[in-house]
Design a protein around this ligand. Structure first.
Ligand SMILES: *[C@@H]1O[C@H](CO)[C@@H](O)[C@H](O)[C@H]1NC(C)=O
Ligand SMILES: *[C@@H]1O[C@H](CO)[C@@H](O)[C@H](O)[C@H]1NC(C)=O
Ligand SMILES: *[C@@H]1O[C@H](CO)[C@@H](O)[C@H](O)[C@H]1NC(C)=O
Ligand SMILES: *[C@@H]1O[C@H](CO)[C@@H](O)[C@H](O)[C@H]1NC(C)=O
Ligand SMILES: *[C@@H]1O[C@H](CO)[C@@H](O)[C@H](O)[C@H]1NC(C)=O
Ligand SMILES: *[C@@H]1O[C@H](CO)[C@@H](O)[C@H](O)[C@H]1NC(C)=O
Ligand SMILES: *[C@@H]1O[C@H](CO)[C@@H](O)[C@H](O)[C@H]1NC(C)=O
Ligand SMILES: *[C@@H]1O[C@H](CO)[C@@H](O)[C@H](O)[C@H]1NC(C)=O
Length: 359
């Protein structure tokens, strides 16, 4: 037995204490993690989540940098171990983005899966029961974006499409009828605390996956979160077009180039509405439209992203999520659609995804 290992009795009590701790302190919105996921210790040092066994084998000096916990599930608690005692200037979502886009020379393991253009694109699936046959099938009704291998960002209003919550996520940007595609089960759905259906503000939610996403090892990078609040960008909306305001219903993933516009311009198209749009278009929203007014496809799925592409020096090309498709007037009208502006929610996203809880 290595130093720091605990014996069976201690393990038993540890298990009881853990169960107690979970039942008393279990905060669903912060206890979200998987092994080796990036994390922030209570002192804001960035690290990775480790199992107790790994921690036990670490030298004492390294153990001192471990602080803060999360619960992977009801039986597995992970510990956040920092690599050094510094608060990084780069925010944690940027560190994750950089890590995911390092140029790696070779692949250590894994089969080469299909090379999709938007590997971070996800479709949210609901379980629908056929009342006649009693069989259940999965129906995909919203889009989402993988921004960390264990997490998908989507629109909160998607959670109100039916009385049930979505149960699976189809990752990888596959066509919905592609036989090579697979689904990942959903562990937890976290709606923004200030979202109030059917109000359109704070239309953002996080989905934590039960298993983490890996696809084509050369090309399965999660998308990055765009933290610039400015408004003029050429973006690409992607989606399956299978929701209300997207008119085309297709199993194929569609893309449309759009330009984001200022909120003042956008406001001209949207009357403040006392019920759902009481304050008009506000800073937590961003609008985009098709300047050519030509496209007959719609501006993506609810919950899907608008993306800006960049090619940083010394890193793989990146796709940055600028917005999440929230609502719109119609398709092919030349009218702007409204998206949840990601830059305004990064603190919340990082809080939910990377912050540990002290025990
Ligand atoms: C860590 O960062 C959070 C969010 O930025 C901040 O509220 C908190 O005070 C910081 N904690 C420490 C110990 O600096
Ligand atoms: C918790 O997660 C671990 C590792 O993924 C798994 O082996 C274990 O079966 C899970 N426990 C439960 C209760 O789901
Ligand atoms: C239920 O299953 C039957 C038999 O396969 C099929 O004809 C019917 O369209 C299904 N209903 C729905 C709502 O999918
Ligand atoms: C319904 O499920 C049964 C058993 O799982 C299967 O044999 C049958 O083919 C299914 N029916 C349809 C219409 O999918
Ligand atoms: C998927 O659907 C598209 C469009 O309906 C069709 O062209 C394609 O052949 C389908 N693919 C499979 C594998 O069924
Ligand atoms: C967007 O693309 C158009 C045409 O490709 C170009 O003229 C324009 O400068 C671009 N706008 C921005 C903000 O990059
Ligand atoms: C859409 O935008 C992408 C990325 O900016 C560009 O490469 C592509 O040529 C554009 N497509 C059209 C049809 O304008
Ligand atoms: C982060 O989450 C904690 C616990 O849920 C909460 O108290 C805090 O206000 C959150 N901070 C932000 C910036 O969302």
């Amino acid at each position: 037995m290595g130093p720091g290992r605990i014996n069976k009795h201690q393990l038993f009590y540890a298990a009881i204490l853990t169960v107690l701790a979970i039942s008393v302190f279990y905060d669903r919105s912060v206890n979200a993690c998987y092994e080796y996921q990036f994390c922030l210790t209570p002192l804001n040092y960035s690290g990775r989540y480790m199992k107790d066994e790994t921690y036990g084998d670490m030298p004492d000096k390294a153990k001192m940098l471990c602080d803060g916990f999360c619960h992977h599930n009801s039986t597995l608690r992970l510990r956040c171990c920092a690599s050094d005692a510094t608060v990084k200037l780069e925010r944690i979502s940027e560190q994750v983005c950089r890590y995911n886009h390092l140029i790696r020379g070779f692949v250590i393991f894994g089969e080469i899966a299909k090379d999709n253009e938007f590997p971070f694109m996800a479709a949210l699936g609901w379980r629908i029961k056929n009342e006649t046959t009693g069989n259940t099938t999965i129906v995909y009704k919203c889009g989402g974006t993988i921004y960390d291998r264990g997490y998908v960002i989507t629109a909160a209003h998607c959670l109100y499409h039916s009385s049930d919550l979505p149960v699976v996520v189809r990752p990888g940007g596959f066509a919905l009828n592609d036989t090579e595609a697979w689904d990942l089960e959903i562990e937890e759905v976290i709606e923004h605390p200030n979202y109030e259906y059917p109000n359109v503000y704070n239309d953002i939610a996080i989905i934590r996956l039960k298993t983490i996403f890996y696809g084509n090892p050369f090309h399965d990078q999660p998308a990055c979160l765009y933290d610039d609040p400015s408004s003029a960008h050429n973006v690409t909306a992607i989606g399956y077009g299978n929701t209300q305001f997207a008119g085309v219903s297709s199993p194929l993933l569609m893309k449309t180039n759009l330009s984001t516009i200022g909120n003042n311009e956008c406001q001209l198209h949207y009357e403040p509405d006392s019920d759902v749009l009481s304050d008009g278009i506000i800073s937590t929203q961003i609008c985009a439209k098709d300047h050519e007014k030509l496209r007959d496809t719609c501006q993506g799925d609810s919950g899907g992203p608008i993306i800006k592409f960049i090619k940083p020096k010394d890193l793989n090309p990146m796709s940055l999520v600028v917005g999440i498709t929230s609502f719109g007037i119609g398709c092919g009208t030349g009218m702007p659609s409204v998206y949840t502006r990601i830059s305004e929610y990064i603190d919340w996203i990082e809080n939910v995804t990377y912050r540990t809880v002290p025990i």
